[in-house]
Design a binder for this molecule. Sequence first.
Ligand code: 5GP
Length: 214
Amino acid sequence: MSAAHKHDEGVLLVVSGPSGAGKGTICDALRRLHPEIRYSISVTTRPQRVGEVDGVNYFFTSVDKFKDMLQQDAFLEYAEVYNNYYGTPRKQVLDLVHEGKTVLLEIDIQGAMQVKKKYPEGIFIYIVPPSLQELSHRLYARDTDSKEVIQMRLAKVISELELAHQYDYIVVNDKLDEAVDKVRAIMVAERCKLSRNKEQIDTIFEKYITREVM
Ligand code: 5GP
């Protein structure tokens, strides 16, 4: 093993899906079950909603500051979603993955496709509602957005269906518990991949070779 190689690579989990598919709820549940998961806090220009905390839900910023960061190549990906900018801080995320951590990104499909280009080793999971009717029902029931915004979101879902084929995994969020289990199973399986455990395997085999166990 080379001296420069200090850690096996971690897992970059990229979770997307239409708003109302329940990806936020799934990601929150996963993080409760796995507190070791690092979550990337995005930078956004959208107004802060009631109950949201700056530096916890997002880093809220101005369009000018966001554009400065763009110029400095500070984002792993960024997107304009519903007339607001959202971006993932690049260095913070990649440093953690290189250290061997599992990092969770909950980002829209445009952003996910940019991450796939820059970091193809990422694991891309698309969360879908059981049907479009159910999605529409959930968006209205949530009561956080106007009718126009909801209609814009539904139109976006339909236009994005093609891109969903580029993901590694699709999880249908019919029953929340089952959807969380599935995302968890994907993460655990990815962590067990041989390619991510070379260092650990070397250590185990070294002990056999040096007969420390005999
Ligand atoms: P919301 O405004 O409801 O919090 O998020 C709107 C959409 O923006 C969601 O689909 C969410 O996943 C996406 N989003 C949040 N942060 C980022 C980000 O850093 N990059 C991208 N591309 N999308 C994001």
